[in-house]
Design a protein around this ligand. Structure first.
Ligand code: NOJ
Length: 920
């Protein structure tokens, strides 16, 4: 039997039994660097390998341009490379290096389209002046151009190097090729005796264009740590992968893969890739480097002394972290972000790749998922159990088994005979539904979608130009070529209510398996020699496939409502820019404590690299969490930007009420925490949407000079006001919590002030995980519990004012219709609350302009003052000139014995108005 037939038989058997393969992470299924020729070649190079020098450095069309030529050109095949350096507003330099098209390379190399925002181009500065300097006794000159305020970009001619420095000195920020590891394998015609094919586990990659990889070193100055480049299950501060005292390690791999049962501490690449790295150090400064390239990438973080033998003496005395970047194909299209603050770097990156979506309000609340809710009766029971147990939730999810034989956009009509009615029942309680729509299309001639896609020629082709046929949930499947805008538009139309029979306006979408996952493909994905629009090979854009699929689905949902409503699409695969299209989650994690712990660095990393709307499966996807783990996961997950419980179909049912009354109570309390904080989360999502600053952030983003925070990935900030510390061990009685800064922090549960700048060993109970409000902040809450977030929209607010040592505090509240795009036309309420000199004021953050205004009659029902030092007799509300009482009332309305704190009840002020409350 041929291998192919054998594989087919295996999958037929597999489908017959309808049991998906139970696989644990098998390292051997995936290539390591040594088995990946471009990675092996690159890693074997020594510093000073590159002999390129820059020639004809000049200003052309507002950019600095040059030709890169090897110093001792002996090999006629090495053609000059073309370099261009462009400078953009706000501290961004873009360096591109590609082959010279006028020298007729065999093929145009792939440049990733559709990621860089079109409006970014308008921020380009038209360079006029280039000064030449001889730096540090170099024989040849360096060319210097203006970059930003106090920054310059420098191209050193010989040896070729590019760096960013602060003006008036040689204090560097970022550099490329300082160690001479730059290499660019140019496309060429195959020699007769050459074999370009690559084999792995019975798969052959024909590699018709041969070697075309690129690699180079990048150095980050004044840096103690580097972060970013998701997706890996590993620490937040990236550990070195090479160097004298470094344990043998693979580089961090960026290659979107469907990895079953991934392990919790590994540089192995998971479902998504964002080739964006940030550095941070004691100076409190941050810089960033982004390589726009969608081919497989491998990145080494080089430990101190890695190049001790090389003889290269870096002139800089600054503390530096060197990194080494390797990619299988594409071009050099890189961005240098000067910072200097962590938030500046994030803003700079977002100005290139786009702002994170503004989610609908419901999507920021709690989601209940399982593979699978069996049928309509199951859905109804789960839904009513939430009400019975007084637990709010917003979204119920249906996994692949709701479809007719894994044909997406269909329903198994035996199990789900009345999908519209089912959705309407949920919608009546303000709840939503999400169904799964994966990219593999069942190759079934009677399936309308397959018929149409085949007729139109919309599938990705295999190396022989036939429709690519791979195996996934439905069996034999083909994959739409989502890189093609025409196909994306066609796909988007499939979400219209007419095309998606059984869908209603409260139905949203989940895109899974979009790496893409192909069960019988090399490394469980599509072969690299498969072909996309314009004969682009899959290898060139692999990491962006899921991005395009997410984009097409999200655009489809926008179209469905004629541009009125914001879409909600959860995607597993992602790439730089995915933040514009929806949420992501960390895939198939496991129900164990280590995976609970690693969810935090994973989410922090996603947030730093634009993908702030992210979460991990609460409870762990594989395996059965014991009750304590499940409760702890809910307590932590309540602070994830995307808060969803999910489980594999082989696991025991684990809806919140299945573990006895006490545990139901604990889970309910955790979910309630999220619902009370929804106004704060929604305000933070709006901040992320306008600036890119993530909802959940590392401590050092708020305390950039505090070294103690740099490696801390057990605690995180929600916005600038809340610090949360997870509990990651069984039967924990204590937790160590570091509270940064000089000011105090207030325990979220008790309102008690705790000193800042110290690590506290705190007693913990099963009831909560530590969370503290930072002195000097104001958090808006909504304390009444309803069935869903949508039922809270008319509820009043509570303001928790946590005063600092100057008896001052500030905070914001953002409210809009929670659904439409009208906020873009100014239809929102965005208030800034400030407390100082004994009075609290509410003012507009942005005076809204235009016709379309949003209004709300919601009032503030309570103001809680934490840390007020004077005696209080009462308060005067203005402009109404109305006196009100001060009381001592519970910190929280519900949930046990809450201590009494200084409170103004019923100040009666509206969130939409300007007002002042004077404390007397
Ligand atoms: C893999 C996804 O990661 C998981 O969440 C989902 O339940 C299964 N596919 C089935 O669709």
């Amino acid at each position: 039997m041929s291998t192919l037939n054998f594989i087919s038989l295996f999958f037929i058997l597999f489908l017959t039994f309808q049991t998906p393969p139970v696989l644990s992470w098998k390292k051997d299924e995936f290539r390591n660097c040594n088995q990946t020729p471009f990675c092996k070649r690159a890693r074997s190079r020594q510093p000073a390998f590159s002999s390129l020098t820059a020639h004809q450095v000049t200003i052309s069309d507002g950019d600095l341009t040059a030709r890169l030529i090897p110093k001792n050109q002996t090999d006629g095949q090495i053609k000059p490379l073309i370099l261009s350096l462009s400078i953009y507003q706000d501290g961004i330099a873009r360096l591109k290096i590609d082959e010279d098209p006028t020298l007729n390379p065999p093929k145009k190399r792939f440049e990733v389209p559709d990621v860089v925002l079109p409006e970014f181009e308008s921020k380009k500065l038209y360079l006029q002046r280039l000064s030449k300097e001889s730096i540090d006794g170099d024989v040849g000159p360096s060319s210097v151009v203006y970059l930003f305020d106090s920054y310059e970009a420098v191209v050193r001619h010989d040896p070729f190097e590019v760096y960013v420095r602060r003006k008036g000195g040689n204090s560097r920020v970022l550099s490329l090729n300082s160690h001479g590891l730059f290499d660019f394998e140019q496309l060429r015609v195959k020699d007769e005796d050459e074999d370009w094919g690559e084999r792995f586990k019975g798969h052959t990659d024909t590699r018709p264009y041969g070697p075309q990889s690129i690699s180079f070193d990048v150095s980050f100055y004044d840096s103690d740590f580097v972060y970013g480049i998701p997706e890996h299950a590993t620490s937040f501060a990236l550990k070195p992968t090479r160097g004298p005292n470094v344990e043998e390690s693979e580089p961090y791999r960026l290659f979107n893969l469907d990895v079953f049962e991934y392990i919790h501490d590994s540089p192995f690449g998971l479902y998504g890739s964002i080739p964006f790295m940030l550095s941070h150090g004691k100076s409190g400064q941050t810089s960033g480097f982004f390589w726009l390239n969608a081919a497989e990438m491998q990145i080494d973080v080089l430990g101190e002394g890695w190049n001790a033998e090389s003889g290269i003496l870096l002139r800089s005395k600054q503390k530096t972290i060197d990194t080494f970047w390797m990619s299988e194909a594409g071009i050099v299209d890189t961005f240098f972000f000067v910072g200097p603050s962590p938030k500046d770097v994030v803003r700079q990156y977002i100005s290139v790749t786009g702002k994170p979506v503004m989610p609908q309000l419901f999507a920021t609340a709690y989601h209940q998922c399982r593979w699978n809710y069996r049928d309509e009766e199951d859905v109804e029971q789960v839904d009513s159990n939430f009400d019975e147990h007084d637990i709010p939730y917003d979204v119920l999810w249906l996994d692949i088994d709701h479809t007719d034989g894994k044909r997406y956009f269909t329903w198994d009509r035996v199990l789900f005979p009345n999908p519209e009615e089912m959705q309407r029942k949920l919608a009546a309680k303000g709840r939503h539904m999400v169904t799964i729509v994966d990219p593999h299309i069942k190759r079934d001639d009677s399936y309308w979608l397959h018929k149409e896609a085949t007729q139109k020629g919309y599938y990705v082709k295999d190396a022989t130009e036939k429709d690519y046929d791979g195996w996934c949930w439905p069996g034999s499947s083909s994959y739409l070529d989502m890189v093609n805008p025409e196909i994306r538009s066609w796909w988007g139309d499939k979400f219209s209510y007419e095309n998606y029979a059984g869908s209603t306006p409260s139905l949203y979408i989940w895109n899974d398996m979009n790496e893409p996952s192909v069960f019988n493909g090399p490394e469980v994905t599509m072969p690299r020699d498969a072909l996309h629009l314009g004969s682009v090979e899959h290898r060139e854009l692999h990491n962006a496939y899921g991005y395009y699929f997410h984009m097409a689905t999200s655009d489809g949902l926008v179209k469905r409502e004629h541009g009125k409503d914001r879409p909600f699409v959860l995607s597993r695969a992602f790439f730089a820019g995915s933040q514009r299209y929806g949420a992501v989650w960390t895939g198939d994690n496991t129900a164990d404590w280590d995976q609970l712990r690693v969810s935090v660095p994973m989410i922090l990393t996603l947030g730093l690299t634009g993908m702030t709307f992210s979460g991990a499966d609460v409870g762990g996807f594989f395996g059965n969490p014991d009750t304590e783990l499940l409760v702890r996961w809910y307590q932590l997950g309540a602070y994830y930007p995307f808060f969803r419980a999910h489980a594999h179909h082989d696991t025991k049912r684990r809806e919140p009420w299945l573990f006895g009354e006490r545990n139901t109570e604990l889970i309910r309390a955790a979910i309630h925490v999220r619902y009370t904080l929804l106004p704060y989360f929604y305000t933070l999502f709006r901040e992320a949407n306008s600036t890119g600053i993530p909802v959940v952030r590392p401590l050092w983003m708020e305390f950039p000079s505090d070294e103690t925070t740099f490696k801390n990935d057990e605690a995180f900030m929600v916005g600038n006001a809340l610090l949360v510390q997870g509990i990651y061990t069984e039967r924990a009685k204590h937790a160590s919590v570091y509270l940064p800064g000089k000011e105090s922090w207030y325990d979220m549960r008790t309102g008690t002030a705790v000193k800042g700048g110290v690590t506290h060993k705190l007693e913990v109970s099963e009831e909560y995980i530590p969370a503290f409000q930072r002195a000097g902040t104001i958090i808006p809450r909504r304390d009444r519990f309803r069935r869903s977030s949508t039922q809270m929209v008319n509820d009043p607010f509570t303001l928790v004012v946590a005063l600092n040592s100057s008896q001052a505090a500030e905070g914001e509240l953002y409210v809009d219709d929670g659904k439409s795009f009208e906020f873009l036309n100014g239809a929102f309420i965005h208030r800034r609350f400030s407390f100082s000199n004994g009075q609290l004021t509410s003012v507009n953050v942005v005076p809204t302009a235009g016709k379309s205004q949003f209004s709300s009659d919601c009032i503030i029902e309570r103001i809680i003052l934490l840390g007020y030092s004077g005696g209080l007799k009462g308060a005067m509300i203005q402009p109404a000139n109305q006196k009100t009482e001060i009381e001592r009332a519970p910190l929280r309305l519900q949930g046990g014995h809450s201590p009494a704190v200084v409170t103004i009840r019923k100040p009666g002020v509206r969130i939409a108005d300007d007002w002042t409350i004077k404390f007397l």
